[in-house]
Design a binder for this molecule. Structure first.
Ligand code: ZN
Length: 506
């Protein structure tokens, strides 16, 4: 344990920049979709000969099985069990060469409920109620601090050596701003612009800008009381990239912050904060497999990640299910008719700067050269908001979602046609080249390697929090997204890695 402590660079939370989402249709899969609107896929792609798409219920079953394994932060036991399950699922489907490829990383150990804050009574600490907090990333060793409890009021007087309670309202997320830059939008109800909900990534809160100011005054600890949000401390992230392990920074729910503020106002201004966190070197794995084609050696890769910040029903058990759905579908197309060679890559360590995706690219230059399209599938979700009392509001519609779509004319055209054919609403496409360092998702590794990408993603209110539970999964989105992808792949028949890359517009 802690063997790497003192040698780790600060882990800037790149993972928190990553977004995700998905989509499906509740009606049963139809092997005979409207032939009049089918992209021309030749005999092999003839709608009448196509296998059925796995049902929404089957996809939900995979998602539930992954969620049941437990919390899957990178390298945790539940994450390892998910790797094994994924091997079994792919193998059972007839996917070939299924195996685990090692991805070493440093596991961050902490357990929900073990980190607490107690307001101490006049006689001392130890007898009071323990309120739950959750360490931010960057807290990498256990410690207990007892210190005066103060509320941050904008000034630094009285902060040094104190446990500082910071009011930490989350920013609002408005996807219409990104949709305004889209390659195309499919929003026939014109309601995408109505979405406006909390952004769960703590580094995006305006309060994050106050954290460095407080840290410079050398407090004993900072408690970020999450406001305008679910009433939970369980958020995966950091308030600022300026953190180090020297000062514990933790998250608290709105109700915990209120209790701490009441104690400060009542004059009981001493607290004991106990934080449990450590690091440990482990070996995680990418799960990989393939289906050969008699028609082509060009590769279409389907990827998602198997780790998650907490239970991760949509981030990213759903992504695992979406990849499994593609594996099941294409395994039922005879090798003689498969339009491409298909690879399936369930990566580890999304939450650690996509190290699993980076590892696959580094390990397989020969495959990278043959890969004509990386299809990354993430975070199909129902839209939720939060009311003034921190209660969830189910908007009863799919969370707006987008595809990072390499600006290759055939790819954009096929995607646009497929989204409209399937009528997958609240969808838009964004050129990944508009981001300085590539699209903020696991697809970045593939994009940087020169592979055209089609990466589905969203940013729901519960992203990277413990609120990402099974009720947030959208069966309709899962099925619709799966159908869109299948249509795009059939529609690209005849393209090659060379032709698709050649078509990329600057
Ligand atoms: Zn994800």
């Amino acid at each position: 344990m802690n063997s790497t402590k003192g040698h780790q660079p600060r882990r800037v939370p790149m993972a928190l920049l990553y977004l995700s989402l998905g989509g499906l249709l509740a009606c049963p899969p139809s092997p005979t979709t409207d032939a009049g609107t089918e992209p021309d896929a030749g005999n092999a792609g003839d709608a009448g000969s196509r296998p059925p798409l796995p049902s929404a219920a089957e996809m939900r079953g995979w998602i539930e099985a992954v969620v049941r394994e437990g919390i899957r932060r990178p390298g945790m036991a539940a994450d390892a069990r998910t790797e094994q399950r994924s091997v079994e699922w792919l193998t059972t489907m007839g996917v070939e060469d299924v195996r685990l490829e090692p991805v070493p990383l440093t596991r961050w150990n902490t357990v929900e409920g073990e980190s607490t804050v107690e307001v101490c009574a006049a006689g001392g600490c130890g007898a009071g109620a323990k309120l739950t907090v959750f360490p931010s990333l960057g807290v990498e060793s256990p410690r207990t601090v007892t210190a005066p409890l103060v509320a941050f009021d904008g000034g630094v007087a009285g902060i040094t050596g104190a446990i500082v309670v910071l009011n930490y309202p989350m920013r609002r997320f408005v996807p219409a701003a990104l949709a305004a830059k889209a390659l195309f939008v499919h929003d026939p109800e014109s309601n995408l612009s109505q979405t406006n909900h909390p952004d769960s990534r703590p580094q995006n809160s305006p309060a994050a800008m106050q954290v460095p100011t407080i840290l410079r005054a050398r407090p004993a600890a900072i408690i970020c009381g999450l406001e305008n949000f679910f009433d939970t401390p369980f958020v995966f992230g950091v308030p600022t990239v300026a953190l180090s392990d020297s000062t514990p920074v933790v998250f608290a729910s709105a109700s915990t912050r209120a209790a701490l503020v009441r104690a400060i106002e009542a004059g009981r201004a001493t607290a004991r904060l106990s934080v449990v966190a450590s690091n440990e070197a482990v070996i995680t794995h990418n799960v990989v497999g393939r289906l050969r084609s008699a028609l082509s050696t060009d590769i279409v890769l389907f990827g998602s990640h198997h780790d998650g910040p907490f239970l991760g029903a949509t981030e990213d058990a759903a992504g695992v299910a979406l990849v499994l759905a593609q594996a099941r579908y294409w395994s039922q197309v005879p090798e003689a008719q498969r339009p491409f060679e298909f690879h399936f890559v369930l990566t580890s360590a999304h939450l650690q700067r996509s190290r699993g995706a980076e590892a696959w690219v580094s390990a397989h230059p020969e495959l990278v050269a043959r890969t004509m399209l990386d299809v990354h599938l993430e975070t199909p979700a129902r839209e939720f908001d939060v009311d003034a009392a921190s209660r969830p509001i189910d908007r009863s519609r799919v969370e707006p979602h987008w595809f990072y779509t390499t600006k290759s004319a055939p790819l954009v055209a096929q995607l646009s046609a497929a989204v409209r054919q399937v009528d997958y609403r609240r969808t838009f496409a964004v050129d990944p080249a508009m981001f300085d360092d590539g699209p903020p998702s696991d697809s970045k590794a593939f994009f940087k390697a020169g592979i055209p990408v089609l990466a589905h993603i969203s940013n729901p209110a519960f992203y990277m929090t413990i609120e990402d539970t099974l009720d947030k999964v959208s069966d309709e989105a899962n099925e619709q997204l799966s159908r869109v992808v299948i249509e795009v792949v059939w529609g690209l028949q005849g393209q090659t890695a060379t032709s698709l890359r050649a078509g990329v517009e600057p």
